[in-house]
Design a protein around this ligand. Structure first.
Ligand code: DGJ
Length: 694
């Protein structure tokens, strides 16, 4: 995977695409191409002059990384304030360094001691590559960073692009919004301290694309805090996109001799949304996820939250564990309620000590019981938070973000701990380390249930750094705990999917994507989740949610949850023997198809929102096995036969499958081209087809 450098032009080649930029005679960085491969020798840098005094040539230039200043008025990627008050950047090109698949292009300010390095890394076998920026203050006086993006992108066509992002909410994280940018700007951002439930830290931009075809440009930011993705189309019809830390209430003091590295952006160009997802799934498993569990199948998990809420105790957890083990569960997780005075959400957060009334023999008795049933044990924590009614808050009221002159806004009766303080970090590390050292715990669900407010942090000389430093502190805590307890898996949760970005997935093994466990809503949410995030990281519970408004059978709920990392979350003590049999059968089936679901290639064949039914197919690497899930909440207008054209199979191989109660054998070509006529009917239709190469 070559990187060609000639005459200050940098040509980066991925498997099927090319990304090109260069430096012109005046030292400006200029974006040249992102698309199909051309002869690298053909690229050159055109220079053109001003059109008139109001629209300068800089308006028209596509830059690789735009800095604030001069006659450049559009959105910039970098803005700083030098110690003497100058807010203008003027970069000169200094050279580049290339090491294997990594390229660093170096600039420095013509007057001030600031170095700016644009970094790129290619990953063999992928059209996904990585970008980030490194800044260095080589002087001895502080430089204030006011905006620093991880990357700027220029899209090739001058026709408008359509953008897919989310306009979600708690319980509706994956609700998509699709809009075409003809002029002005689109902004997707978070200002809440976490990446959040609403908009997503990525862009997906295209013109005429669908699942299987069309150029799809995408980039996902690996950052779990306040982010900003802004796209603009200018008077020359160019679409440019900036991705990075949100400049909302942001600044960062770069002291003399210090460096700052932005979060990474994983970006690429794919043929259709399906290709984009498959590339990002593999790329993330191989290059982003913590490697300890990345290539291992995730266990079938049971979580107690929807069954017992805060009312956990040794007795009821043991009863649930026995039922979970009987269903074939491999990891039993006790959720909220096990510590301090945590009988409801009004007290106890921060006191990470076992509640001795609920667990008179400590956690040990429960864990031993769970282990004796053949399951691992996992537990819930919410380390970044404190209830005012807690021993921790009574001892350290100054450990939260606050202003002495302002009344703290509580959400869910809790306040956010100031994780930029070393003493808070030490307290949390010590308690969590002790919890993991003293108990045989194999999984942590790390929750975070409210956005920030009253963001005072008088421990910091520059309190506007807290947004960034908080996120880094979470990553560091998790990394330190992982280093001490490598046997423990970590799941990222923030009131559901409030922290489910690629930054979280650089430190956590899996994600709780939504508190909404309604199988019908999950048909939509799971599609959005897996656009850019691996299937295996998507925890999916079968619960008792549904109700008279949207009744679904237990089989239906399994069908949907088996399309991710299958988990159970219902009150199993209330399940009939027939329900338990359904659980046993489906968990056993899932264990057989798990390698396909968690590591196979995903094809979205039909969409619950557009096609009335959902059809997803997973194919293994060698194309010898595949599984197809079909589900519909009810079809309308007598429509019942749909031709299922499968995907991803070997056209010349023959496959056996049970279809409509009969064993049939067909070629991959037939299954993909002619297809199978499936009879989809009923209010609760669901089926799983398994294909085996003959
Ligand atoms: C929010 C999470 O999303 C739920 O799954 C559960 O863990 C609760 N918090 C517990 O308070």
């Amino acid at each position: 995977m070559p990187i060609y450098v000639k005459d200050n032009i940098f040509v980066l080649e991925t498997e099927r695409t090319q990304y090109v930029f260069g430096i012109d005679n005046s030292g400006l960085n200029r974006h040249l191409h992102w698309g199909a491969k051309c002869d690298p020798a053909d690229f050159f840098i055109e220079t053109f002059g001003d059109e008139n005094s109001n629209h300068t040539m800089l308006d028209e230039y596509r830059q690789e990384y735009t800095v604030f200043g001069s006659t450049m008025y559009r959105e910039c990627a970098l803005k700083v304030r030098f110690p003497d008050g100058c807010r203008e950047l003027d970069l000169q090109y200094d050279g580049f360094a290339q090491e294997g698949d990594t390229l660093e292009v170096q600039f420095s300010d013509r007057h001030y001691p600031l170095k700016v390095r644009l970094c790129y890394e290619l990953t063999p076998g992928f059209d996904v590559f990585t970008r980030w920026v490194r800044l260095e203050n080589t002087g001895d006086r502080p430089i204030l960073l006011e905006k620093v993006c991880s990357a700027e992108f220029s899209l090739p066509s001058q026709k408008p692009y359509t953008f897919r992002n989310t306009n979600g909410a708690w319980g509706g994280e994956g609700i998509e919004c699709v809009q075409t940018l003809t002029g002005g700007a689109l902004v997707f951002e978070s200002r809440r301290g976490i990446s959040g439930h609403n908009q997503s830290p990525y862009f997906i931009a295209y013109q005429n694309a669908d699942e299987a075809s069309g150029d799809v440009y995408f980039a996902a930011l690996a950052y779990s805090g306040n982010f900003k993705v802004s796209a603009a189309r200018d008077l020359y019809s160019f679409t440019r996109i900036h991705v990075g830390l949100n400049d909302f209430d942001f600044s960062y003091t770069l002291q003399g001799g210090e460096s700052f590295e932005t979060p990474k952006v994983f970006c690429g160009l794919a043929k259709g949304f399906g290709d984009m997802s498959r590339q990002m799934h593999k790329f993330t498993v191989q290059n982003v996820l913590p490697q300890a569990f990345a290539e291992k199948p995730l266990p079938v998990l049971y979580n107690s939250w929807e069954a017992t809420g805060f009312d956990v105790n040794a007795e009821n957890q043991m009863r649930l564990a026995e039922k979970a083990a009987a269903a074939g569960v491999e990891l039993f997780v006790m959720d909220d309620g096990w510590f301090g005075a945590r009988n409801n959400d009004r007290a106890g957060l921060g006191d990470w000590f076992v509640n001795s009334e609920k667990f008179p023999n400590g956690l040990q008795a429960l864990i031993s019981h769970v282990n004796s049933l053949g399951m691992d044990f996992g537990i819930w924590v919410e380390p970044e938070m404190v209830n005012a009614d807690s021993d921790l808050y009574r001892a350290h009221p100054d450990w939260t973000y606050h202003y002495d002159t302002r009344t703290p806004h509580e959400l869910r009766n809790q306040r956010v701990l100031n994780l930029t303080r070393a003493d808070v970090q030490a307290y949390l590390f010590e308690l969590l380390d002790r919890l993991l050292t003293e108990n045989n715990i194999r999984y942590i669900k790390w929750d975070m249930n409210r956005p920030f407010s009253e963001t005072g942090a008088d421990n910091l000389e520059n309190p506007q750094m807290l947004w960034y430093l908080h996120t880094m502190a979470v990553y560091t805590l998790v990394d330190r705990l992982r280093a001490r307890h490598p046997q423990v898996q970590f799941e990222s949760c923030a009131s559901g999917g409030g922290r489910s970005d690629l930054g979280a997935l650089s430190h956590f093994d899996e994600v709780w994507p939504s508190d909404n466990t309604d199988a019908i809503d999950r048909m939509t949410l799971q599609k959005t989740y897996t656009l850019l995030r691996p299937v295996k990281t998507m925890r999916a519970w079968v619960t008792d949610v549904g109700g008279p408004n949207k009744p679904t059978s237990l089989e239906f709920r399994f069908n949907i949850a088996m399309q991710g990392a299958l988990s159970l979350g219902g009150d199993l003590t209330k399940y009939s023997e027939a329900d338990m049999e359904i659980c046993r059968e489906n968990v056993a089936l899932y264990k057989e198809i798990r390698p396909l679901v968690q590591f196979g290639d995903l094809y979205r064949l039909a969409d619950a929102d557009e096609d009335e039914f959902l059809c997803t197919q997973y194919v293994n690497k060698s194309k010898t096995e595949s599984v197809v899930f079909l589900a519909a909440r009810g079809t309308r207008f007598y429509k019942k036969r749909v031709i299922l054209r499968l995907a991803g199979l070997d056209p010349v191989r023959r496959y056996r499958l049970e279809f409509d109660g009969k064993m049939i054998e067909k070629s991959g070509a037939y299954l993909m081209e002619a297809g199978l006529a499936a009879h989809i009917r009923g209010a609760d239709y669901n089926t799983v087809l398994r294909l085996f190469a003959v």
